[in-house]
Ligand binder design. Sequence first.
Ligand code: XMP
Length: 512
Amino acid sequence: MTEKILILDFGSQYTQLIARCIRELNVYCEIQPCTKPIQWEDSIKGIILSGSPFSVNDPQAPVVDIKAMGDRVPVLGVCYGAQLMAKVFGGDVAKSAHREYGRASLEHNDKEEPLFYDISLTSQVWMSHADTITRLPEAFLPIAHTENIPVAAFKSHTLSKHPLLGIQFHAEVTHSLEGKQILRNFLVHICGIHQEWTPAAFVQETVSRIKAQVGDKKVVMALSGGVDSTVAAELIHKAIGGNLYCVFVDNGLLRKNEFETVLDSYKHMGLNVKGVNAKDLFYGQLSGVKDPEEKRKIIGRLFIEVFQQESAELKDIAFLGQGTIYPDVIESVSVNGPSATIKSHHNVGGLPEKMKMGLVEPLRFLFKDEVRRVGKEIGISDIFLARHPFPGPGLAIRILGDITPEKVTMLQEADAVWIDNLKESGLYNQVWQAGTILLPVQSVGVMGDERTYEFTVALRAVTSTDGMTADWAHLPYEFLAKVSNDIINKVKGINRVVYDISSKPPATIEWE
Ligand code: XMP
């Protein structure tokens, strides 16, 4: 049984950071909306109440039964969670008189307090709240303060069977320099949890769970060449071997030689994989289509058709394997009201609903960086693990306007020059994502004695952590000059290269 911490989400932008911080401490945790009833099980060893955009004094403010939770396990309230704790037990919370945003200096009151084991007597923490606790209920004891806040942290051992603790700062953000250690203290010294959730433990547990779920039945799975589907497939493969049937579709919109190279790597991994050449089908249906959303829809629909046809040929398939990861399935609390809204997403758009099969999703509870660590643990090559993200619709959304096989070839060549140069110069790993975009304009140039009238390609390279925001990569001019030269010399049909220096927002990473 994996011990776990439950994080009740009240809608804070930082909730996922709490989860990541705890996972980095080798403790498993799950986020669930505060509005959802808790399914109690022995594996739950503690509860964390997150921050929130609400004020506890809003009539709409979400409330939970903290006493009932504390009778089961220790509870830590963070920011809103702490203020809620103070309020429900009879304290007062009001708008802050002082600025409580940014760095603050936390001083703890008692050297023996387990929450502050190994924490400097004065420690930098990050504050971000409009309200503050103006009166702490009597049953609580203040355990830390800052210059502006007399109750920066507090606890009670008497209100419920297990301790209740509150911190008005955000331990989960890196600006709280010892925040991770404070969270560790809560986990280890207050919840008594063991830090045993490692990639190796995850692999062992997941493989046996898949074995139990699937038995001797067959699983079919679409591979994309990306990290998630590759790691998911290898975990399923470890569990059921040859009963995993993989399909890798060539939609004609992949990078140069990608289909052959990746298919080969899959075979080397021992996966039972069928490569399907569906290029003509995709090119045919995309012919003359200019609208980006229309392109996406056509590609999604064709992919499902091809995959369904391949699966039907396999016969007796009981399960569909998928590389869905945690950020895709976390149920988020809407900030416009306490009702829970569910964000759902499937890597291969719409497959499960249509296919009426059981789902095997080994990575459903992992963040992206954890997928990489698990991948490393099970020996997946850097070819997959260190690869930049690549969009499902592929080069179709990097060819502005209509798509022809000739344009695809031209862009594949330019993209290969770009990516090879990034790799050769050691810049590939400093960039989060890179690609080339074929613009629907032709312009005049000269080559030798001849006038040319050819296409322009835009180079895109961004730095980012999650693709939600991104900055254009500040690459050296000499490097960009070499790439421009190489592309114009090597790729027929291109006589001009530009570099995209737009950040996201307001631009996006892809041009369509
Ligand atoms: P944008 O262009 O929205 O891209 O800044 C953010 C990230 O999402 C990828 N992307 C897609 N991935 N299907 C995908 O699977 C799509 O339709 C799609 N559109 C954008 C993009 O490559 C970047 O990593």
